[in-house]
Design a protein around this ligand. Sequence first.
Ligand SMILES: NC(=O)c1ccc[n+]([C@@H]2O[C@H](COP(=O)([O-])OP(=O)(O)OC[C@H]3O[C@@H](n4cnc5c(N)ncnc54)[C@H](OP(=O)(O)O)[C@@H]3O)[C@@H](O)[C@H]2O)c1
Length: 247
Amino acid sequence: MGIGEAFAREFARRGHNLVLVARSREILQALGEELQQKRGVKVEVCAENLCDTESPGRIYEFCRLKRVDVATLVNCAGISCAGDFAEIPQKKLEEIVMVNVMATARLTRMFLSDMVARKQGSIINIASLGGLQGVPGLGLYSATKSFVMTLSEALHEELKETGVKVIAVCPGFINTGFFKHSGHSAANLRLPISGTDVVVKAAIRGLRHNRIRIFPTLIDNILVFSQRLVTRSVVIRLAGYFAAVKD
Ligand SMILES: NC(=O)c1ccc[n+]([C@@H]2O[C@H](COP(=O)([O-])OP(=O)(O)OC[C@H]3O[C@@H](n4cnc5c(N)ncnc54)[C@H](OP(=O)(O)O)[C@@H]3O)[C@@H](O)[C@H]2O)c1
């Protein structure tokens, strides 16, 4: 769904074969069949729950058994829970860390070795503008996205002589089911909401130019730059104001 689906559609349009991963097998199968018919690409479906510690290993094994060499890994699945940190149910807290942090790190680590051995490959990690600072009302989520961003930065540099590219894409608000899934009213947001295509285009452009962090829209770039002009406490308060979790 959401941004991941938009990546799948664009890569299929460019003629790439796909391995689709999420929990909802039926949704993946329907998308896979559509893209196979429309674009003539081969699509494999691997239904997994990334909250499960063993799932990254199973996904890697799935690709090995299907003899798929993953050229581009897109770590896109991500979840959140809007509200005060103290009120996040313990189970939800663990799921957010498992999906956003552990699965991203494990999948990156697993597929990276093969890419380095082949001296080519790309890893697109979907972080968030929210990862640039703590966001009141989204504290845990913003912390997980800081993790994604800093891990990607380090790998970008570590791997620069290997032929493998790692980038962090940091979108602002994007029109997907993410807000509904997180209990965050999108109607309250105090910044424009963009379409998923903006993220995909920026990611592909960023990869081509070998950027480290990609901020898809002009507003995203203005917000990033303006962080240099105000104090940290203003940055954090503004992030909370824009996200408007409590309103
Ligand atoms: N939307 C935004 O405003 C926004 C802004 C900045 C960054 N992002 C980031 O962009 C990424 C994609 O978000 P989105 O907006 O596309 O959200 P979305 O519409 O809610 O889609 C999330 C996708 O992740 C999959 N997923 C969720 N939990 C999973 C699990 N436990 N195991 C496997 N797959 C799982 C979902 O499929 P199933 O439910 O079938 O598993 C779905 O395909 C996330 O990392 C998010 O943090 C989003």
